[in-house]
Design a protein around this ligand. Structure first.
Ligand SMILES: [Zn+2]
Ligand SMILES: [Zn+2]
Length: 167
């Protein structure tokens, strides 16, 4: 495998992830303790990069609760996690349905096409999506810090260009 091949694949992947708006299940963006950026560590869990505070998105909350309270009803999970029953049903539909090994090729990641046994996206693309959100959070924090009256609005030059290209 040539090294530039891997690089190209990664670039394509980043673009695809950015073009798709993956629902991150209400992931925590800023640390509730110190306001730092929450970094995805896996299966619905996030750690603050500053103070290490752990937090969970809807999937993490539901998963943790079900692990500790086997056989809990959707109503109980909703009451104790604050995640709506409708979201819980969607989570279960997305993540808990596993298909047999023989028919694994039936499910593919909607971004990169990798074979999946459950869900809509592979772990690589989910991680990529979370990294992108974290980068956005960081640049937002930096933009707030450097607020110095610089306008960030971009003039739309497309209309003008179109008008002039007409002959
Ligand atoms: Zn923190
Ligand atoms: Zn993928």
């Amino acid at each position: 495998m040539k090294p530039e091949e891997g690089f190209a694949t990664r670039k394509t992947l980043e673009r695809r992830v950015a073009s798709l708006n993956i629902d991150p299940y209400n992931r925590p963006l800023a640390c509730s303790q110190c306001g730092g950026v929450m970094v995805f560590v896996g299966v619905g869990e996030y750690h603050c990069e500053k103070c290490g505070h752990a937090d969970y998105d809807d999937y993490g909350k539901v998963r943790n609760y079900i692990e500790k309270h086997a056989g809990a009803t959707a109503a109980e999970v909703e009451m104790n996690t604050g995640v709506s029953q409708r979201s819980i049903r969607n989570l279960l539909k997305d993540e808990r349905i596993e298909i047999s090994q023989e028919s694994a090729a039936f499910l593919r990641c909607e971004i990169c096409g990798a074979q999946l046994r459950s869900g809509r996206f592979c772990m690589k693309c989910i991680t990529e999506n979370n990294r992108r959100i974290e980068a956005q959070q960081r640049s937002m924090k930096n933009a707030n810090k450097n607020l110095s009256g610089v306008s960030t609005s971009r003039a739309d030059s497309q209309d003008g260009a179109k008008r002039f290209s007409r002959s």
